[in-house]
Each structure stands twice: as C-alpha cells, then as structure tokens.
Design a binder for this molecule. Structure first.
Ligand SMILES: Nc1ncnc2c1ncn2[C@@H]1O[C@H](COP(=O)(O)OP(=O)(O)O)[C@@H](O)[C@H]1O
Ligand SMILES: [Mg+2]
Length: 269
C-alpha cells in the first residue's frame, strides 16, 4: 500500500505513553509516523545510519524513511476516556501542529497487541542540556541511570495502571524497583525475567560491536513491551539528541552502565 493510500487511514496512536512528539498510526497500525523535530535532524540522521547495520531491527524499530503527511481528513481519536487517554489528549491539543508535516515512518512495536505492558525507561546518569540537569540530579537517573518516563499495564483489555514522566521524576530508587516488580508480575515471570537479562546482554554486545560511531545517546529510552501471548521485547527508541560521528572509535560507556544497572535490578527482583 502506498503512503498516499495510508493517509486515508490516519489515527492518533493510542499506545503512546510518553514524549512530546506526535505519533500517527498509519495503515491500520502497521507503522507509526513520529513527527520530525523542528529543531534538529538527529533522529533522522541516526536512523539513516543504523538502518545499514545488519540485524538492527532486533534492538530498534524498523525504519521506513521520511514522509510528508498531508492532513486530508480529520485524524481519528480513541473514544474511551482513561488516564492514559487524558494524557494523550493533552499532548495532542498542546503539540499537534498540522503545519509540521514531516514524519519518520517506524515499525509499530505494539501492533495487533492486546493486554500490553509498556515501560519507557530513559537511560543515562547525566545530561548536558542545562534545563534538564536538575531532573537528572533529583531523580533515579543520577543514582541508577534509569528513569521511568511512562508505564502502562492493560489486563483483560482494561487499563489497570498508567504512570507518566512527571511521576517518574519524583520516585525513589526503591519505588522504581517496585514498579519493575509490578511490570514483571506475570504468570511466566521467571521465564520473562530470564529473557530480559539475555536480551539486555545481546543489546550491550550489539552496541559494543556496532555502535562506536554513536558519541552520545542522551535522551534515549529503552522501551520494554510485553504482550499477552508471552511475547517480550526490548527496543531502544528516541534519538532526538543522539549524535553519530563516523570517525569515532570509542564505545559510549554511559549507556552500557545504565543497561548493566537495569540487568542488576532485574536480577534482584
Ligand atoms: N516504534 C514505536 N512503536 C510503538 N510505540 C512507540 C514507538 N516509538 C515510540 N513509541 C511510543 O511513543 C512514546 C514516545 O516516543 P519517543 O520516541 O520517546 O518520543 P519523544 O522524542 O517525543 O520523546 C514512547 O514512550 C512509546 O510509548
Ligand atoms: Mg522520549
């Protein structure tokens, strides 16, 4: 199906749990279109670079290029009102700009899923951007290199828990650990925890082997997604502050440290 036809089927993406960007679901949810930053090209540059690395789709959303979305109809919205939907409605009313038509087309990591559990964990202990320093220093970021930016749990097709980034900034390390326990409170908990540790190990190996060119991963999140049918994945998302330097030969240790920290927490819970 061409993107022209897909534009007939635009809806705001109901599984978005965090961020400033607008996500539009295309083609019945096969792809999501993430609004392109008006400030920089970092995210597009990142995906244009990583898409050439074999096997990147195991750890990143598959990238399908850039598209200009013409607003040719009202973009449909979810009807049900719950706390996540309220958060999303506020985001759309504040941030949706029909004149900003450039979008990155990404694989929808939540496609065809019911009873989803989604956790957006921002990685990193510190930040360069002056206006963000305080929120790193005052939160779990500075202590364990992890901060919850959004969390959602659905059971029996009902939303049972939704937490946003403002909450994530206020909690202690102990509360973050408790939240991970809740996220992983599953029937097949032990198997999924084992999978999580293995996937984190593979992700670190991928970064060490293939990502020396990334000089900064600031603002990048790890998205943990669990679906009813025992499908569990972890993917890195959000590269709006990521910097790629083709000459770089040094591994970025900060992201590895944050992933190690997550592995340590998962081993304890
Ligand atoms: N490829 C994807 N598939 C499904 N959901 C996604 C995808 N990328 C991002 N999201 C959702 O959108 C949220 C915000 O994404 P992110 O890339 O961090 O945007 P921002 O740059 O605005 O922070 C994530 O927390 C997640 O819920
Ligand atoms: Mg984000």
């Amino acid at each position: 199906m061409s993107f022209q036809q897909q534009q007939q089927q635009q809806a705001f993406f109901e599984q978005q749990i965090s961020g400033h960007s607008i996500f539009i679901k295309l083609n019945d949810g096969e792809f999501v279109a993430k609004s392109h930053s008006i400030e920089n090209n970092n995210e597009q540059n990142f995906y244009e670079w990583i898409q050439h690395i074999d096997g990147y789709q195991e750890f990143f959303s598959q990238y399908n290029g850039v598209v200009i979305l013409e607003k040719n109809q009202e973009i449909s919205k979810q009807e049900t009102i719950n706390s996540q939907q309220k958060w999303l409605d506020t985001l759309i009313s504040k941030r949706y700009n029909p004149n900003n038509k450039k979008y990155l087309i990404l694989e929808n990591l939540t496609q065809n899923s019911s009873n989803l559990r989604i956790l957006d964990l921002k990685l990193g202990y510190s930040v360069e951007k002056q206006s963000h320093i305080q929120r790193y220093q005052d939160s779990t970021s500075s202590k364990v290199g992890l901060r919850i930016c959004g969390m959602k749990i659905q059971e029996n097709n009902e939303l049972v828990l939704f937490k946003d980034k403002h909450w994530g900034r206020t909690i202690s390390v102990q509360e973050l650990i408790e939240s991970l326990k809740i996220f992983f409170s599953l029937k097949n908990r032990n198997q999924i925890l084992k999978e999580a540790i293995e996937k984190l190990e593979s992700l670190k190996q991928f970064i060490i082997s293939h990502c020396k060119q990334v000089t900064s991963w600031q603002g990048t999140s790890l998205l943990l997604i669990y679906r009813d049918d025992n499908d569990f994945k972890i993917k890195l998302i959000d590269f709006s502050n990521t910097k790629v330097d083709l000459e770089s030969t040094q591994i970025n240790t900060e992201i590895i440290k944050a992933l190690n920290s997550l592995q340590d927490i998962i081993k304890q819970i």
